[in-house]
Design a protein around this ligand. Structure first.
Ligand SMILES: Nc1ncnc2c1ncn2[C@@H]1O[C@H](COP(=O)(O)OP(=O)(O)OP(=O)(O)O)[C@@H](O)[C@H]1O
Length: 288
């Protein structure tokens, strides 16, 4: 059963460093904002349930950390939130719509408002710039795409402002011309996040974006999360790193054994958890 505390709901205080300072022109203040919510989600793979009775929400302009030990179902949950799969039970709601109730074309349009970066290396075998501009290209009209192609024939191949801004957010603009295959794991993950951010999504889903990365790459990615939040994006982060949740998130949901056992403002979940298992997990005493 979930222990639900009152959420902070509103925008968090931005802490981004100079390189990721929010652009006033695209700040959350001017964005309507889209809420992503899961209601009573249940899901399994044939050998029984992996997720049971999960309800949570991420609001525009906040970072929600979904924490729990390895194998507890975070990736499965994020795949459902990203609409890769239809849940066996419950609903995924984006901007007030039950996404699996929508006609397919509208569901695709909703999915395009969600940016995501998952654990596995996912860049295309081309340049950093091409990777980051990919999402922008597929969202453009056919006439605009043809115009781009024609302009490309005549040598106009500067990175767009949007690509530059997304790469600067993760501190990777200096590698814009590099082949993606030559990047380190941390650099590749930063580019994957720039690719997710470039189309200015309403929701950003990040599944263990810093697992196995060094402190410098981790800091760059955490800074990008804060910058996204400051732009009014609803950011959901799956992590087994409790200290990361504490550093970056406004609210935390704790998943154990496939169900959400506590959620609320991060400070409260860490400092005075209601559930004894959460207290042990926070203190590093609960080993799964
Ligand atoms: N496609 C699948 N078929 C069968 N079982 C699956 C599938 N995907 C996930 N599982 C199982 O569901 C459980 C939860 O896996 P999941 O990857 O969601 O956990 P997680 O919390 O994200 O773990 P990690 O942090 O290690 O990635 C695991 O026991 C996993 O083996």
């Amino acid at each position: 059963m979930t222990t639900e505390r009152p959420g902070t709901g509103g925008p968090g205080v931005g802490e981004s460093d100079g390189s990721t300072a929010p652009d006033p022109a695209s700040n959350g203040a001017g964005r309507g904002g889209t809420r992503l919510a899961a209601h009573d989600l249940g899901h399994g793979f044939g050998n029984g349930a992996v997720l049971e009775d999960i309800s949570l929400a991420v609001e525009p302009g906040e970072i929600l950390a979904v924490v729990g030990p390895s194998g507890t179902g975070k990736t499965t949950l994020f795949r459902l939130l990203a609409m890769f799969e239809r849940p066996d039970e419950g609903t995924v709601e984006v901007g007030g719509d039950d996404v699996w109730d929508l006609p397919e074309a509208r569901r695709l349009a909703v999915r395009r408002r969600i940016g995501m970066a998952f654990q596995t290396r996912s860049l295309f075998s081309t340049t950093v710039e091409e990777n980051v501009s990919y999402g922008l290209r597929v969202r453009r009209s056919w006439s605009a795409r043809i115009r781009d192609a024609v302009e490309g024939l005549f040598g106009r191949d500067e990175p767009s402002d949007t690509v530059e801004k997304a790469l600067r957010t993760v501190g990777m603009f200096d590698k814009v011309d590099r082949d993606a295959g030559s990047l380190s794991a941390g650099e590749a993950q930063r580019v994957a996040i720039a690719r997710a951010l470039a189309p200015d999504p309403d929701v950003l889903l990040l599944d263990e974006p810093t697992s196995n990365l060094d402190p410098r790459n981790t800091a760059a990615i955490e800074s990008a999360m804060r910058a996204a939040r400051d732009r009014g994006i609803a950011v959901a982060l799956a992590t087994h790193d409790m200290q990361q949740a504490r550093r970056v998130s406004d609210r935390t949901a704790v998943i154990l054994g496939g169900t959400c056992i506590e959620s609320g403002p991060t400070d409260e979940v860490f400092e005075s958890p209601d559930d004894d298992r959460v207290r042990q997990f926070v203190e590093g005493k609960l080993v799964y």
